[in-house]
Design a protein around this ligand. Structure first.
Ligand code: S3P
Length: 429
């Protein structure tokens, strides 16, 4: 697997970028577009390994999907228009593909098999298999249905009221997708709000969905309208450059067209609480999702505490928040974040280990970590742990470390951001 060398430098970051499309919204555009009554056009779609896993899955379920650059035509065949895949559906590294499709395929009139790469095969699936089974789904898998591969035998489902034990947009979405086919009402109650892209896109495509506090309700759906879906740039990708600009003297960057859904902006809240100089301008809306342009400038960061309702809003950016904390004055604490242990890799152990190699003092807890800010980091030989967000987080830290950092297995960035390393080079003056 390819290595990447990052040279530490104090050259400022300057310029303007538009990061690639939002990964969560790109997955949903393909899935809901496939179920719509006619052709949907998706613009600014994210081309990455994860979203291509969803595209290939929907194709194997009989839906023509034409990808032309970032412009995608999804020839939806209606809510009952999927057909049995002739092969095992390989979800690659993508938890979102697996969990959302497990919900959707539970309600079809045919059998499906889902598998994934070695990392995905380690991730827990009981969190979707449990509630879906309560709805009447027939799902079998390794370790009593907790691990891939999963075999899903389509069944008649009934609505349930399900209280999520942890905030999870993937679990919520799986239940809502199944709920579109179930008898009666399906209700999901979240302990804290997680990203609501599924709910927003369903509403945008004309599907009635009710939300009151952290409770979401859906009924059997007859029709999903086709439409044009413009995918905002991914804040989770933008965030790497925001932190890089904050920790590099004399930097100022403008990141345009970024999704600023309030259930995704936890990283901005965290960085602002650390005295990060970030402003959002030109706020507007595209197909039911708020977007804006983000200006980030060099800042003197201070430690903070990250916990509670902030965790689901920043879940994918917590490794990066640990990088910001490494350059902040004082000790930052991240807690209530046990979910990090079941992401693409164990992101608590991964960050503790890799930041430790760069000379940062990190203490690991079961549900988080303590990071002591440091005056200077030292380049080292690091690993990505095969996880795209670990690779990019370590790369950002490495831009400000003394000397060179080697990141092993760095090509996993293609899971969410294929051109990531080139953009760092472009912004560095
Ligand atoms: C996602 C939800 C989050 C997030 C993942 C994408 C989604 O996972 O970590 O990268 O698109 O629904 P959980 O819902 O498991 O927290």
């Amino acid at each position: 697997m390819a290595k990447k060398i990052i040279k530490g430098s104090s050259s400022p970051l300057r310029g303007e970028i538009i990061p690639p499309g939002d990964k969560s919204i790109s997955h949903r555009a393909l899935i809901l577009g496939s179920l719509a009554n006619g052709t949907s056009i998706v613009k600014d779609f994210l081309i990455s390994d994860d979203t291509l896993s969803t595209a290939n899955a929907m194709r194997s379920l009989g839906i023509p999907i034409d990808i032309n650059g970032t412009h995608v035509k999804v020839s939806g065949n209606g809510i009952h228009g999927l057909r049995e895949s002739q092969k095992i559906i390989d979800c690659g590294n993508s938890g979102t593909t697996t969990r959302l499709l497990t919900g959707l395929l539970s309600a079809q009139k045919f059998m499906s098999k889902l598998t994934g790469d070695k990392y995905l095969q380690e991730r827990p699936m009981k969190r979707v298999v449990g509630p879906l089974s309560q709805m009447g789904a027939q799902i079998a898998g390794e370790e009593d249905g907790n691990k891939l591969p999963l075999t899903i035998t389509g069944a008649e489902l009934r609505g349930i009221s399900y209280k999520l034990p942890v905030a999870s947009a993937q679990v919520k979405s799986a239940i809502l997708l199944a709920g579109m086919y179930a008898q009666g009402e399906t209700e999901v109650i979240e302990p804290e709000a997680s990203r609501d892209h599924t709910e927003r896109m369903l509403s945008y495509l004309g599907v009635p969905i009710e939300k009151s506090g952290n409770t979401i309700k859906i009924h059997k759906v007859d029709l999903i309208e086709h439409g044009e879906i413009i995918v905002p740039a991914d804040l989770s990708s933008a965030a790497f450059f925001i932190v890089a600009a904050l920790i590099t003297p004399n930097s100022e960057i403008l990141i345009k067209n970024v999704g600023i859904n309030p259930l995704r902006t936890g990283i901005i809240d965290i960085l602002k609480s650390m005295d990060g100089d970030i402003s959002i301008i030109n706020e507007r809306d595209v197909n039911g999702e708020p977007i804006g342009d983000i200006v980030a400038r060099s800042s003197n960061l201070h430690a903070t505490e990250i916990s509670g309702a902030l965790i689901p809003k920043a879940i994918d950016e917590l490794p990066l928040a640990a990088v910001a904390a490494s350059f902040a004055q004082g000790e930052t604490i991240i807690k209530d974040a046990g979910e990090l242990r079941v992401k693409e890799t164990d992101r608590i152990s991964a960050m503790a280990s890799e930041l430790g190699k760069l000379g940062v003092h990190v203490e690991e807890f079961e549900d988080g970590m303590l990071i002591r800010g440091s005056e200077s980091l030292t380049g080292a030989k690091c690993s990505s742990w095969g996880d795209h967000r670990i690779a990019m987080s370590i790369a950002v830290a490495a831009t400000r470390a003394n000397g060179e950092t080697e990141i092993e297995d760095a090509d996993c960035v293609s899971v969410s951001y294929p051109g990531f390393f080139e953009v760092i080079d472009e912004l560095r003056q």
